[in-house]
Design a protein around this ligand. Sequence first.
Ligand SMILES: [Fe+2]
Length: 156
Amino acid sequence: MAIENIGHRSYWIWDPFLDLGIESIDKQHRRIVDFINDLHEAHTSHNRLSVARTLDDLVDYTVTHFAFEEQLMKAAKYPLYDEHIKNHASFTAHIYQYKQRYEAGEDIVLPLISKLKLWLIHHIDVEDRKYIPYVNKNTTQSWIQTALTQFWKLTS
Ligand SMILES: [Fe+2]
């Protein structure tokens, strides 16, 4: 899926400055960007079925990613955990609102992806970046690997 998005058609080309140095998290963030590009592509080619499907996948994946990140922050004893999960919750509520508007027949794809892009850049670069030292200090690679396997197996 990602391959199709390489090149001039991509709405958003991942910028490595957003890599945080934790491979699983970086991969998940890049995957969300792939979904956003897929959504843009489906919208541009007027493929309504693909828009609906990609929107569902994007929302599901993002919600799962947030939940994984929350487990990781908890294990890392991140002191701003509560603030961070509120941030996720408010963003999730926003994307569900967009999804409902889409399902009610409104064409919200372009405003949605523009909002997603702005929000994610800020969130990753500012909010997520803050928990990285705690993850590095208080979790191990094997803990992350185990959580990752369990988590994505349970939710995929
Ligand atoms: Fe986050």
